[in-house]
Design a protein around this ligand. Sequence first.
Ligand code: COA
Length: 174
Amino acid sequence: MAKSLDEYEKIVMLKDGSKALIRPVRGEDAEDLLKMFTTLSPETVYNRFFKLRRPFTIEEVQKMTSINFDEEFALVASPLEASELKIIGDARYYVEDKIRAEVAIVVQDRWQFKGLGTAMLQHLINIGRENNIREFYIYVLSDNAVMIHVAKKLGFRLKSQSYGISRFDLTFQS
Ligand SMILES: CC(C)(COP(=O)(O)OP(=O)(O)OC[C@H]1O[C@@H](n2cnc3c(N)ncnc32)[C@H](O)[C@@H]1OP(=O)(O)O)[C@@H](O)C(=O)NCCC(=O)NCCS
């Protein structure tokens, strides 16, 4: 990592005027992340995982919170005001090789359309660039108009499309 993890914390203002903290995930986030996953709508789960899944387990989520940040970088978001959910978004990239990484994101349904997904992805991409990632890609269901809009807004371009799944790439020269 180019910096210590604390230095990747960021407060963002959402479209409704509320604020959220975006920060690297920590081991102790497992229960709060599980709570977020268990409150996602079926549509949101399907758009994130491309299938309707069995319920998430604490073991699965523990793997998502105790990560090697050189192989995977995960950001979570928390509302700054009181909220029943402590974690409302999860954006991560998985390093495929030293300069290429796959991105995935989910924002809890009640917090969608407030600008959080865009802010989390922009922050994640900036962090990846600081850590030598030059090529980001994301797989999106081809009818996921919201994610496609956000990806294009951030500079991703359609690379390929098959069986209802589109791949969008974002490449930096240096
Ligand atoms: C995709 C996702 C991460 C976006 O997060 P978000 O916080 O809702 O996104 P934002 O609020 O930053 O941006 C949403 C954008 O979509 C736009 N939008 C809303 N409805 C839309 C529609 N029907 N078609 C196209 N764009 C639409 C909004 O206007 C906004 O764009 P703008 O800021 O330029 O006005 C979130 O919807 C989500 O978690 N979806 C399920 C998981 C998923 O699809 N993951 C991607 C695959 S890994």
